[in-house]
Design a protein around this ligand. Structure first.
Ligand SMILES: *Cc1c(COP(=O)(O)O)cnc(C)c1O
Length: 391
């Protein structure tokens, strides 16, 4: 997969390389079978056939009906469509003006909620999490109201890897008659998803987190009446998402999900071993280090840490210079570092939250990669110490 001397990629939570088998499945739809699925002629019919096959394949594997799968330009758009679309629909249906989102959402939800409050007058409330980053059922039920339009809770945190008890949370929402959306973008890459079993009303996926193409996503939508479209135009996607479908990418996402579905047990088993190797190695070799997120209920490929008195950005840079591609959970900006909102929501102090590191492994990661990473990490940490801690 990677060239000889290539840096070691430990950032599969950011994106994954396209699977060769996915690439091959996509190719015919760029040139030979280029038709517009909406066209009446044979070119169009061919494309429509591929489109509907992909929809059926994804629906079957997610436990959904094909009509419940809406193709989008990526997970960000799916999140926007779910939150924005239901907020407006529920407001016009029943005057619901209250939105609940967890305090560990990806920006695609967090900033959408923020805009719905600032520009559109919704009352947005953040559901707190425990110190592991998990939403407790009581925290949700205590905040649900008659005028709650929609609830959005991430299935597994991209930042700290914690998996939320979505089934229990969905049951609470269902009892209150409030639609629940879950961003399952990280979760879906390594955990089996069945929307019926989970009981969610909406769920977002993005193909490039599971070895599919970037710029491709879907929204599972239990009932078309739950939302108003946010992108208007033609009657594509059940009149819920206008715009000519990206047939090659849709075929690619379906292929990537088929492969994931068939290989999920092996991937899970392999990755959990590598993840634990990272966690044990880091905690054993670095002083003043803590695992962030949940010790057990976490993604099988996700190890995340906080280090006291370390500049997370400098650490990433030193790791990169040493040939290791990792991520910090936080969105620090050089010059004026701000700790990540998610880490603060876990109750972490600034001097810890500024020194975050996320190591996410994937199907191309080897034991040797991790050994080399663990060997290099202590020197990168030493170089990244902040001399004065401003608490
Ligand atoms: C990556 C990611 C997204 C956004 O995906 P895009 O491909 O950038 O649209 C949303 N939510 C989570 C949890 C993610 O990990």
């Amino acid at each position: 997969m990677f060239a000889k001397n290539s840096p070691i990629y430990l950032d599969y939570g950011a994106t994954t390389p396209l699977d060769e088998r996915v690439w091959e499945a996509m190719l015919p739809y760029f040139q030979q079978q280029f038709g517009n699925p909406a066209s009446v002629h044979q070119f169009g019919q061919q494309a429509e056939f591929a489109l509907e096959n992909a929809r059926r394949s994804l629906a079957e594997r997610l436990g959904a009906h094909p009509d419940q799968i809406i193709f989008t330009s990526g997970a960000t758009e799916s999140d926007n469509l779910a939150l924005r679309g239901t907020a407006f629909a529920e407001r016009s249906k029943r005057n619901a003006n209250h939105i609940l989102v967890s305090s560990v959402e990806h920006d695609a939800i967090a900033n959408t909620a923020r805009q719905l409050a600032e520009l559109h007058g919704f009352e947005v409330e953040r559901i707190p999490v425990d110190k592991f980053g998990q939403v407790q059922p009581e925290s949700l039920s205590a905040r649900l109201r008659e005028d709650t339009a929609v609830v959005s809770i991430i299935m597994a945190s991209n930042e700290v890897g914690t998996v939320n008890p979505i089934r229990n949370l969905a049951a609470i929402c269902r009892d209150s008659g409030v639609p629940l959306h879950s961003d399952a973008v990280q979760a879906a890459a390594y955990l089996p998803i069945d929307v019926q079993e989970l009981g969610v009303d909406m769920l977002s996926l993005g193909a490039h987190k599971f070895y599919g193409p970037k710029g491709m996503g879907l929204l599972y939508l239990r009932d078309h009446n739950l939302l108003s479209p946010i992108q208007t135009g033609g009657s594509h996607e059940f009149q819920l998402r206008a715009g000519t479908q990206n047939t090659p990418y849709i075929v690619g996402m379906a292929k990537a999900y088929e492969l994931l579905y068939d290989e999920i047990i092996d991937r899970h088993a392999k990755l959990a071993i590598l993840r634990d190797q990272v966690i044990e190695g880091v905690l054993a070799s670095i002083s003043e280090a803590q695992l962030s997120g949940h010790p057990n209920e976490r993604l099988p490929n996700h190890a995340s840490f906080i280090f006291r008195g370390i500049d997370g950005n400098a650490l990433l840079m030193h790791l990169d210079q040493g040939g290791f591609a990792c991520s910090s959970g936080s969105a620090c900006k050089t010059g004026n570092p701000e700790p990540s909102e998610v880490l603060l929501a876990l109750g972490l102090q600034r001097e810890w939250a500024l020194g975050s590191l996320r190591v996410t492994v994937g199907i191309h990661t080897s034991r040797e990669d991790i050994e080399r990473f663990l060997e290099f990490l202590p020197q990168a940490i030493e170089k990244s110490r902040v001399t004065e801690i401003t608490a």
